[in-house]
Design a protein around this ligand. Structure first.
Ligand code: GLC
Ligand code: GLC
Length: 810
């Protein structure tokens, strides 16, 4: 069952009902000011850091779900309604939500009145625009009231939800223009030099800034007493919970339209210029911002700018094939999700509270992979920020806070896969941009500038960190965990509630990871390439030797007969082996070892992938392990805590499915790669949205696996490495257009279902128009570049500004 449809022309998903199987959300903003907005106008916004600089309040995991947002209430006679249906839930005569790239438009109609709310963050500004269009579609004159509403968060979202003894006494606002502008200035008096405001570009009949007055102590958002009574009380918040609500009295003749522009802004002022006069905040920057958005023409121009911004970004990679579902994912939604994950890491979604996690070292490096072609300069800065949280021994803080860029001590370090992801991120950036100068950048260790070394040296430390942490079988030690956060082989937790991520109860140098070994073999050579290109042949040779050695160790100690082992545990026993009672096979090493090329020539790779098909595949994707754990295994940590079929215990972890897709292309099996691609790709799941539940336009982190109570049900949409890895898989390996050091590799491995397609790829300023005529015989591809046949599969980079025409015959 579907709940909406794709509008490819406008790059929107159109939702037809507010009663989606889960709130279907969108993101606003792409640089500093961010918002989340659901199809019921729920959500919140923040400046840069969802935890430390939260602007509006939201209630998580509430009843009903999705509680708190940017609400507009209409009161006409005795009827009170929201264009977003919720929170009042008065039945509407029509409803539509269009989620587009960086904006959402929700329209509701009731009794001949249409109210449309457009939400977006203008490019380069630190505010949200809420443009409200009211239209009288009836033949009678209409008089009604429109109430705006949002609730301020007292900046630190965690403190805001816990520290009531203080927070109920700190809230402060200023009100100007009879309520036309409401300023939130809690803590401005002391150390803060930022405030927020909510403004409407029309005279108001009244306002409220105290939540209890507006809503009523024992009422909910669905029955605010001020709205029910039809009269603002002009309340001034003092402590408790400051809000912003304006009331507008509106009369519209038949067919008449009114446009309003509300601006929710964030302002920082110089510390020396905080005050206009005693206790009156400096409003100049707010007024300047408002002046840029105070008419419909200005708002329209900003929206047009936003649309152009996205059009330009997306023109870097596009495909035209006979399959709409494929094209809309590649051209629009998958790239859009890559931008969102790049910005948010795993911090703020409807499954991540924005207070739990900052930017992940591992996650952010992988997020780059699907983002770097969009805005390479931002990827560059991100790499430098991440690298600065690395320690001198090559290990790394697992997470850091985006506002401070400091490593997060609470989560600590010791995830032994982390360092290698840095090399992968750096390589992806250089291949995209050609900018080797990044390797010479001086980057701090643990944010200590006095300990700065070149980024190339950081990569060396990453590589060597593995070599300095080798276990008894010659394989990399796993540490706290590798990619699989929940395989905690040194943890041994028996205390309820203890964090598996931070507890390491045993000091062990036995537990080893075949997954990290696969990464080492796959990613190590990228470091060798870089260092050789910087002129250090000896170092390149050393690296390649180590990689060759590791490859042999994997085949010798990491092979279980029909698939790659997962690990050795604390006691040196095999994990993910035929001999195990449960979880005999895991997905991760099959994917990464084959991507690394291990066992491709000698046959193990094919065997491993056939085992994946046999034991891990199911109708909804590839599960993480099989059989699922049914009992708690003390020496494995968090993984077996999950009920069978969920999350890391045999859930379909969509992040690692593309490793198998790519691995299938490595051994030249396009049909299998394509089958796996379609299984988890959201646009192909639109018809089963009632089962899948999360948005049909973005990937979810996890789909319940074959052993689950409800196989096929997805959770944790949006913020997942799934976005970028699936984009890498489809764009670089199946469609087969991949930037390498010296040229664009064109090497499709695409199903024969798609007999012909065109890819337009921008790289280093040149445009490549690639036509692929595809027989589905992946092994053989002939390239003709600007009319001339060439040897091999690499189109040399052309000068910026040029257009290169490529014909690829498979
Ligand atoms: C989550 C984490 C990621 C981890 C994965 C598997 O997606 O963000 O870092 O690799 O889970 O545990
Ligand atoms: C990852 C995993 C999750 C685990 C979490 C711990 O996100 O997906 O299962 O609980 O890490 O932070």
């Amino acid at each position: 069952m579907r709940f909406g449809q794709f509008d490819d022309e406008n790059k929107e998903y159109v939702i037809h009902t507010p009663r989606t199987p889960y709130p279907w959300i969108n993101y606003l903003g792409s640089e500093e000011f961010f918002g989340l907005v659901s199809n019921q106008a729920g959500g919140y916004c923040f400046f840069r850091d969802a935890k430390l600089r939260r602007l509006t309040r939201y209630r998580y995991n509430n009843v009903p779900t999705d509680d708190g947002g940017r609400y507009f209430y209409v009161k006409e006679g005795d009827t009170v309604w929201n264009p977003s249906w919720g929170p009042v839930k008065t039945e509407l005569d029509a409803y539509e939500c269009r989620h587009g790239l960086g904006y959402s438009r929700i329209t509701g109609k009731k009794n001949g009145l249409s109210v449309s709310m457009l939400f977006f963050v203008p490019v380069g500004k630190t505010c949200e625009v809420h443009a409200v269009t009211l239209k009288n579609e009836s033949s009678q004159k209409k008089s009604f009231q429109l109430f705006s509403f949002l609730e301020w968060c007292l900046w630190n979202a965690e403190d805001d939800m816990t520290n009531f003894q203080r927070n109920y006494s700190t809230g402060e606002v200023e009100i100007t223009g009879g309520g036309q502008t409401i300023y939130h200035k809690t803590e401005f008096k002391e150390r803060r030099n930022h405030y927020a405001f909510y403004h409407v570009n029309a005279p108001v009949a009244g306002y409220d800034t105290d939540r209890e007055t507006f809503i009523g102590l024992y009422n909910g958002f669905h029955e605010p007493q001020v709205v029910l009574e039809g009269k603002s009380r002009n309340s001034k918040a003092a402590g408790w919970s400051p809000v912003a609500s304006q009331c507008l009295e509106i009369t519209l003749g038949p067919g008449e339209t009114k446009e309003l522009s509300f601006v929710l802004g964030y302002i920082e002022v110089d510390k020396s210029q905080k005050w206009e006069s005693k206790s009156v905040i400096n409003k100049k920057p707010a007024l300047d911002m408002i002046a840029t958005l105070d008419s419909k023409a200005k708002v329209d121009a900003e929206l047009a700018k936003l649309k152009d911004y996205w059009k330009n970004l997306l023109s870097g990679y596009s495909v035209k094939s006979s399959d709409d579902k494929l094209d809309r994912m590649v051209n629009i939604w998958n790239q859009y999700q890559c931008m969102v994950t790049f910005n948010m890491s795993r911090s703020a979604s409807f499954f991540e509270s924005g207070i739990g996690r900052g930017m992940g070292f591992r996650d952010s490096n992988q997020d780059l992979l699907g983002f770097v072609h969009l805005i390479p300069e931002r990827a560059r800065q991100r790499i430098l920020d991440i690298a600065a949280t690395q320690f001198e021994d090559g290990s790394a803080y697992h997470q850091y806070q985006p506002l401070t860029k400091r490593g997060n001590n609470a989560i600590g370090s010791g995830f032994n896969d982390d360092p290698l992801w840095l090399i992968l991120g750096v390589a992806a950036y250089i291949k995209e941009s050609g900018d080797f100068s990044i390797l010479d950048e001086q980057v701090a260790f643990d944010n200590d500038e006095s300990k700065s070394k070149s980024l190339l040296e950081h990569c060396k430390r990453s590589f060597d960190h593995v070599l300095h942490n080798i276990g008894p079988n010659g394989l990399p030690l796993i540490g706290r965990a590798d990619w699989n956060d929940c395989l905690n082989l040194n943890c041994f937790s028996e205390t309820p509630g203890e964090s598996f991520q931070t507890t390491e109860n045993r000091e062990g140098r036995t537990a080893e990871s075949i997954f990290i070994a696969g990464m080492f073999v796959s990613i190590g050579p990228m470091y060798a390439d870089m260092v050789e290109r910087k002129g250090d042949k000896a170092e390149g040779e050393r690296v390649r030797n180590e990689v060759r050695k590791m490859e042999r160790v994997v085949l010798d100690k990491g092979w279980d007969g029909d698939w790659f082992l997962r690990a050795y545990d604390f006691f040196g026993k095999k994990v993910g082996s035929k001999g195990n009672k449960e979880a005999k096979i895991f997905i991760e090493p099959q994917g990464y070892c084959v991507m690394a090329g291990i066992g491709v020539a000698s046959g193990e790779a094919k065997k491993a992938l056939d085992s994946v098909k046999e034991y891990l595949d199911c109708p909804y994707g590839i599960v993480l392990n099989n059989p699922a754990f049914t009992e708690y295994v003390l020496e494995y940590g968090e993984i077996s805590t999950y009920p069978a079929g969920y999350k890391e215990n045999a859930g379909i972890f969509c992040h690692n499915n593309p490793w198998i897709m790519i691995a299938e292309t490595v051994i030249g099996r396009p049909e299998r790669a394509w089958e796996y691609y379609k299984k988890i790709c959201p646009s192909y799941l639109e018809e089963i949205s009632d089962l899948h539940r999360t948005e049909p336009y973005v990937y979810a982190q996890m789909i319940a696996g074959k052993d689950a109570v409800k196989p096929g049900e997805a959770k944790n949409s949006w913020l997942t490495g799934t976005g970028s890895w699936n984009f890498v898989a489809i764009s670089q390996y199946l469609l087969g257009v991949r930037p390498e050091w010296d040229g664009l590799v064109v090497q499709p491995c695409m199903t024969k279902e798609i007999a012909e397609y065109k890819v337009v790829r921008r790289a280093r300023g040149a445009t490549y128009e690639i036509t692929v005529k595809n027989s589905g015989q992946a092994a053989s591809a002939k390239l003709t570049v600007n009319g001339k046949p060439i040897e091999g599969n690499q189109v040399p980079y052309a000068p910026a500004g040029s257009t290169v025409s490529v014909l690829c015959e498979v």
